[in-house]
Design a protein around this ligand. Structure first.
Ligand SMILES: *Cc1c(COP(=O)(O)O)cnc(C)c1O
Length: 367
């Protein structure tokens, strides 16, 4: 069997006919920039997430940066985030002139509120939890910290569209939440794309100007802005995909349940929280991140048997990326986690037969 970690052509073929028809409708009208499909897509995501405003942008990194700009975060300010996140989270802070401050994650792979509390200084402005692997952090604890210290929450929900915590959707907790539409993400476009979610009409208005050269609805330049619009064509592609989104999430949760049942009994493996393990959360499983004894050998064993796997972020947390000036020896939990963590295939192309095969190969590796 050959099971790639992520089958990129599936992003196109899964809903091929619907997507081709939607693209053609858009192309034949010459509707490329800030057109009807984009507005319709933004409204549809708003309905899905239960949020008042959605703003489509060029990618899930610009979105973080634009949210920080709206919050007037800049030079001298500190932004607290987990070291177990993508470099994009830190880059967004860096490029508005702020300093990323890295903290530990917990056993469920998400930012540790106690570590956040300990990292707050008088320069802290923002808490930027990453809703990693399609699961939402402990937002009650983070909100309490934000309230106590007068901080803004901006969620990096790149991996969590549709996940909920106590009934509230990822991306809707703070000033604004960011979603990525990168092809391998839960809602994957045919290239780059991103979204910002916010309940504030004022924040949404500023974000719409920021993404379009600072222009208002009349085309009048009101402020400095950038070019970071979500292509209308990507919105056209994503609209039919969004109509199938609840099936996508249901299947990912089913896959997680199959992995959980197959792997939880192995003492050499640490599985993530199962899909029905927490009444407060509905996880959407962007990734299935396990911990494994002899991780590198296991990955080689799987590779030889046709099964692709990766280690998130290319294998290193942010405080181990040389060249960013974020090196630290103060994050031992995250260091230990990165000696053991890896991602198994998690996507809607996987069949039950393939999942059984993957689980079997892991079992046979440990004997
Ligand atoms: C994918 C991702 C991003 C960046 O998204 P892009 O759309 O690729 O810019 C940011 N943060 C996290 C946690 C991600 O997984």
């Amino acid at each position: 069997m050959q099971i790639p970690f992520f089958p990129y052509p599936h992003v196109f073929t899964e809903h091929r006919d619907d997507v081709e028809a939607a693209m053609n409708r858009c192309l034949e009208r010459g509707a490329f920039i800030l057109q009807d499909e984009l507005e319709e897509f933004e409204r549809a995501v708003g309905n899905l997430a239960g949020v008042a405003h959605v703003v489509g942008v060029a990618n899930g990194t610009d979105s973080l940066m634009l949210a920080l700009r709206v919050a007037n975060v800049g030079s001298g300010d500190e932004v607290i985030m987990a070291s177990h996140t993508y470099v994009a989270t830190a880059a967004a802070a860096h490029f508005v002139g702020a300093k990323p401050v890295l903290v530990e994650c917990r056993e469920d792979r998400l930012i540790d509120p106690e570590a956040v509390e300990a990292a707050v200084t008088d320069r802290t402005r923002v808490l930027m939890p990453t809703q990693l692997n399609g699961r939402i952090a402990d937002m009650d604890a983070l909100q309490a910290i934000a309230d106590r210290h007068g901080l803004v929450i901006i969620e990096d929900a790149a991996q969590a569209l549709g996940a909920t915590y106590r009934g509230k959707s990822a991306g809707t907790f703070g000033l604004a939440g960011s979603i990525s539409l990168y092809p391998a993400k839960l809602l994957g476009s045919f290239g780059d794309g991103g979204l910002l979610l916010t309940d504030s009409a004022d924040v949404a208005r500023k974000l719409r100007m920021l993404r379009d050269h600072g222009r208002d609805d009349e085309g009048e330049v009101q402020m400095w802005g950038v070019n970071s619009r979500l292509d209308n064509l990507q919105a056209a592609v994503l609209l039919p995909k969004l109509r199938h989104y609840s099936e996508t999430i249901a299947r990912r949760r089913e896959i997680a349940a199959i992995y959980d049942a197959g792997l939880r009994g192995l003492e050499q493996i640490g599985v993530p929280p199962g899909p029905n393990s927490d009444p407060d959360r509905m996880d959407v499983y962007q990734n299935y991140e396990i911990e494994a004894d002899r991780r590198d050998e296991l990955r080689a064993h799987l590779r030889e048997r046709g099964v692709g796997s990766i280690i998130q972020w290319g294998g290193k947390p942010l405080h181990r990326l040389n060249g960013l000036g974020l090196a630290s020896d103060a994050l031992p939990y995250t260091d230990r986690f990165f000696e053991r963590c890896m991602l198994l295939p998690m996507n809607t192309a996987l069949t039950d037969e393939e999942l059984s095969y993957i689980i079997e190969q892991i079992g046979s590796f440990y004997g």
